[in-house]
Structure formats: C-alpha cells, structure tokens
Design a binder for this molecule. Structure first.
Ligand SMILES: [Zn+2]
Length: 235
C-alpha cells in the first residue's frame, strides 16, 4: 500500500511493473495503457496487471474517468529528492540504534552531556508519542508508518488534528495525508472547539465575530479536552 517506503518497495519491482514505472517517469504526464504497452513492448494483459500492482503499491495514481495513469505525487517528490525517505530506508537497513550508540560513548563529560540532552529530548517526544500514534491510526494510517510518523519531532497531537480534520474536510486520500505529515506541511490551526479555524458548523459559527476567530493557542491545547470534545460530538 501507499504507506510503504517507495525506496524499500523498489526491490519488489521487476519485469512489466518496472518497465511501466520507468515509462511513467519518462512520460512525466498522464498516459494511457496503450501508450505504456507500446513503449514497454509488453502486451495489454501484463501492462494491466503491472499497473494494478503499481497502484496497490502506491507508486502511481489512476484517473478512472480518463483511463490515464501517472506517478504518485509522493514518488515525483522522491525524484526531486526527499531526504526523509532516504533517511528512513537507511534506518531500515541498519541494526544499530543511534541513541544507544550515543549513550555508550560516555567517556568524557562533554559526550555525557550530549547523551543526557538526547535522553531529555527523547522523553519529550515520548510524552505525546502514544497520543500521536492513536491519532495517526484514527486517520486510517497503519503500521509501520504510523509509529514512524509518531516518532518524528515535528509531529504532535495539535499538528495531527489540524491535518486530519483538513483531510476529512477536503476528502484527501491517505497517501497524500501521509505525504503532508512527512513533508512537515504547516498544519491548519484549531479553534477552541478543536475544529479548524474558520469552521462553519453550528458550534463554531459564533467565532466569526471574534477577532482571533476562536484560535486555540498550541500551549492551551489539551489532548484530554480534545478527546472530550470528540466524545460529546459523537453522542
Ligand atoms: Zn466547528
């Protein structure tokens, strides 16, 4: 699925899927299956199943109406260079844990201080790891991507709720939501009802008249209150 790291998934590509993927990279625009068959030399059937496979893996998107195929936005992003993805695939292939390595090097005080600082930072991250993970999963993002995202430093519950609400409002698909979260796209701000600023629902409508539009400052965000607000609404 789309939450596979494309760099890791590359090794599963050979034959028609690989040829079609390369053809799409060269095409750099939406193309049909006939075109793919012509340029790759594969016949209709292999091309069809190759495209189904690439779609399932999250490499391509398909506009059903026009029968056209193109590279997934995330893959296009990777082609212009996405350090995050590179970092992730390096981590996957290595057994050493950078935190452990740093902690064992406490030969002198300076390194010790650095290690302590890292532990402190780690704890801050752990503080909302569980909350972030729950939110990410609630948005339909599965493992291992969910944990990877939750561990990222810029990810926190406020940031996630903004993105998830926006994705729900705009009917954004999960791969694009993942892409936005990973690319540190700025999150939409929340209001005091834990809805998006500018929400037009009956509970938020009165914010129109306040100068700050009911903006909830990040430091006033409380995960518990958020959960309560969601529970009340679903009753
Ligand atoms: Zn609202």
């Amino acid at each position: 699925m789309a939450n596979i790291n494309p760099l890791t998934a590359l090794r599963s590509l050979k034959g028609a899927p690989l040829s079609c993927l390369v053809a799409l990279i060269f095409a750099n625009q939406p193309v049909g299956k006939e075109w793919l068959a012509r340029v790759t030399g594969y016949s209709d059937k292999p091309v069809s199943s190759a495209m189904d496979y690439l779609l399932e893996m999250g490499f391509v998107t398909n506009a059903a109406r026009t029968e056209s195929w193109e590279l997934h936005a995330q893959i296009r992003q990777l082609m212009i260079g996405n350090p995050e993805l590179l970092l992730e695939s390096t981590r996957n292939n290595s057994d050493s844990d950078p935190t452990t390595t740093a902690l064992t090097k406490d030969n002198n005080n300076q390194e010790k201080a650095v290690a302590e600082e890292q532990v402190e930072e780690q704890e801050i991250v752990d503080n909302n790891f569980a909350e972030s993970l729950a939110l990410i999963k609630s948005a339909g993002i599965g493992e291992p991507m969910a944990s990877r995202l939750a561990r990222m430093h810029h990810i926190n519950p406020y940031y996630l709720i903004g993105h998830i609400l926006q994705a729900q409002r705009d009917d954004t698909n999960t791969p694009l939501l993942i892409h936005r979260l990973r690319s540190r796209d700025p999150a939409p701000r929340l209001n005091q009802n834990y809805h998006l600023v500018g929400c037009k629902c009956s509970q938020c409508f009165h914010f129109v008249y306040s100068q700050d539009k009911g903006l909830l400052p990040i430091e006033e965000f409380e995960y518990k209150s958020y959960l309560e607000s969601v529970t009340v609404e679903s009753i």
